[in-house]
Design a binder for this molecule. Structure first.
Ligand code: ZN
Ligand code: ZN
Length: 270
């Protein structure tokens, strides 16, 4: 059987890593968790580090790259990123030479997975989102963006499943005693992160009959809850009649449930 499968190993402001697989290829999207935790959690998903073909990076922030010393240095996995991200992340693994540079706005092939990237507005050197295709199915990655540009909406329109940032609840962020005002401004700015309300807008803009799964991710542990994020996005989807969309939970310290999208290609095309 041919399929495209996703497990979010960790997602949140404290670290991000996702496993994407077909029957032949497995890649990690971002490596922002301790190498030890990534390897342990992969084992729970029935994978070992030897099964992983590559890591693809959205941007250099530590919550997306902290596992590189183990994955890149020790296990010598190829790491794909655009040139400015490589330049910025290189300092974390100065002895590593396995970088593979992709062009911003372009696409690469890793085994039978095709990884398309597109620019997102976020306060990193050259941050991107992804649409990953395999077995005739597609999954979008949309985290770490201040707002959804027309380009972003265009690129993720038509995906079968989407990991969508729902970083904070505006009231909780405003009331948070731990974050100074400049930090709050940074988070809320156009190069910061998507609030629950902004995620709900994006979900409504990209919802279509074929989009059946939205994983709500990159939640702030202090300024959001699963319930608030799901309520905001769920209400908006109901408002537009998109009741076929299932909202999936992602977690900071444990893997999500695994989504398997079965191939819709005919046998001839496999
Ligand atoms: Zn992040
Ligand atoms: Zn970031």
């Amino acid at each position: 059987m041919s399929y495209l499968r996703m497990t979010i190993l960790a997602s949140g402001s404290g670290g991000n890593c996702a496993l994407l697989e077909t029957a032949h290829t497995a890649v990690l999207v971002d490596a922002g968790w301790s190498g030890k935790k990534i390897i342990e959690t992969l084992a729970l998903a029935g994978k070992s580090i030897a099964d992983i073909s590559a890591v693809v990076l959205t941007h250099e922030h530590f919550d997306h790259t902290s596992g590189l010393p183990v994955l890149a240095n020790r296990h010598q996995l190829p790491v794909y990123a655009n040139a400015l991200t490589v330049k910025a992340a290189r300092a974390q693994v100065p002895k590593y030479h396995g970088w593979r540079v992709f062009e911003t706005g372009g696409e690469i092939e890793v085994g039978d997975l095709r990884v398309e990237n597109f620019t997102v507005p976020h306060d990193a050197y050259d941050p991107v989102g992804f649409v990953i295709r395999g077995a005739g199915r597609s999954i979008g990655f949309l985290t770490d963006l201040g707002y959804a540009t027309r380009l972003v909406l265009d690129r993720v329109k038509g995906v079968d499943a989407l990991l969508l940032e729902a970083n904070y609840d505006l009231n909780l962020l405003r009331a948070d005693p731990k974050r100074p005002w400049p930090t709050k401004q940074r988070i809320m700015a156009r190069h910061g992160h998507l609030s629950n309300a902004a995620a709900a807008e994006v979900a409504a803009r990209v919802a279509h009959a074929g989009l059946e799964h939205i994983f709500l991710g990159h939640k702030s542990s202090d300024c959001n809850t699963h319930e608030l994020a799901e309520a905001a996005v769920g209400a908006k989807l109901r408002e537009i009649g998109a009741t076929h969309v299932r909202l999936w939970r992602t977690h900071q310290k444990q893997a999500s449930e695994t989504l398997t999208l079965e191939s819709r290609l005919s046998d001839l095309n496999r």
